[in-house]
Design a protein around this ligand. Sequence first.
Ligand SMILES: *[C@@H]1O[C@H](CO)[C@@H](O)[C@H](O)[C@H]1NC(C)=O
Length: 134
Amino acid sequence: MQFFTTLLLAAASFAAAAPTEGASENAAPKLEARAYSGDMTYYTAGLGACGQTNNNNDAIVALPSHFFTAANPNKDPQCNRTIRITYKGKSKTAKVVDKCAGCAGNSIDVTPSVFTALVGGLSAGRVQVTWDFV
Ligand SMILES: *[C@@H]1O[C@H](CO)[C@@H](O)[C@H](O)[C@H]1NC(C)=O
């Protein structure tokens, strides 16, 4: 009996300490909590899964296939969203226009111009980045 009483008291004090809905002062920044990380590679832009044609100078990105849920990729809710990519303290935004079948996990594929803007050149080929939706 003593044991259960202690448990109940513990549960009650935990509930009392839990933040109420809307009290976000102590909540972690959303960007931090939702950031993705993975490899960034580059590809030659063209007609993407979202139905738009882009070129290598556009600030666009292909997300891994698992982000795409619509039956018609042209109408996928991910299309036209903006993400912010961060590499070694540098950030750049890019628009989602394609899906990347070869991107494992949360890895992303960008145009050579985005890759160069962040990394300084193309020779690295593949670097680790973090990114999030803006
Ligand atoms: C994305 O933007 C293009 C160009 O504005 C538009 O034609 C297309 O319908 C948009 N796609 C989605 C899924 O919102």
